[in-house]
Design a protein around this ligand. Structure first.
Ligand SMILES: C[S@@+](CC[C@H](N)C(=O)[O-])C[C@H]1O[C@@H](n2cnc3c(N)ncnc32)[C@H](O)[C@@H]1O
Length: 218
């Protein structure tokens, strides 16, 4: 029985990965915005984790820094009720909308800096810039996500751990899940020296302290 359930989850994960793999990526990625795709296998693993954890069904989900749309599309395919992607680069927005239209999904992609976006949601999912090009590029994402949602799933470079721990405490939130994983970055920019470089990253679940206390008292 347990094996059957496990095989079903594995199959769903693989099917999602195949769909995400077919999406169109950046045409002219901008180094300053750290435009690299979340690889389909990793995106599918993360999205399936979230689906088994908080679940997407009936939720309003925001993808901050949605790029060409991968995480937002995955959330919608897994049953989120409303999905909004927020992205600063108009070219990436155009590709995300093409990807969405090809799959006939109802997702809003809005062309804004995350700092200017203010809609509340149930969940934020994000793969923000790691701050490799400009230190602190990930800060507005963390700040914004926790101001618009009680629960945030986010990916950050493992070497930023100290900063993340300190910053999350300052924002009156808590890290309730941290999983170390590898993030394969394909050669995207001319300063990349390898075809694929594996970067150590942490996948996090952040929760606002107010939310945690409310859940405790329920
Ligand atoms: C690492 S990529 C991730 C893209 C996509 N979410 C994915 O998982 O494939 C980060 C994205 O954030 C966008 N971005 C960077 N800074 C931003 C900002 N201040 N406001 C909105 N989008 C931003 C970049 O243009 C890029 O598309």
């Amino acid at each position: 029985m347990r094996n059957k359930k496990f095989n079903k989850i594995k199959m769903k994960k693989k099917q999602l990965e195949i769909k995400l793999q077919k999406l169109k990526g950046y045409q002219n990625p901008i180094p300053g915005l750290e435009q690299y795709l979340t690889p389909a296998a990793l995106a599918s693993a993360i999205l399936n984790y979230i689906n088994l954890d908080e679940g997407f069904k009936g939720k309003k989900v925001i993808d901050l820094g949605s790029g060409t749309g991968t995480l937002a599309i995955g959330a919608k395919l897994l049953g989120a009720e409303k999905v909004v992607g927020v992205e600063k680069d108009p070219d990436a927005i155009k590709i995300a909308r093409e990807n969405r239209n090809r799959l006939d999904l109802d997702i809003d992609y809005v062309n804004l800096d995350v700092r200017e976006f203010n809609d509340e949601s149930d969940l934020v999912i994000q793969n923000p810039p790691f701050g490799s090009q400009k230190k602190g590029n990930d800060r507005p994402f963390i700040e914004k996500s926790l101001s618009i949602a009680p629960i945030v799933y986010s990916i950050h470079k493992t070497e930023s751990r100290n900063f993340i721990e300190k910053f999350i405490t300052e924002l009156d939130a808590e890290i309730c899940v941290r999983k170390k994983t590898g993030f394969p970055i394909e050669r995207t920019f001319n300063f990349h020296e390898e075809d694929v470089k594996k970067v150590n990253v942490d996948f996090y679940k952040f929760i606002r302290n107010q939310t945690k206390n409310r859940l405790k008292n329920e």
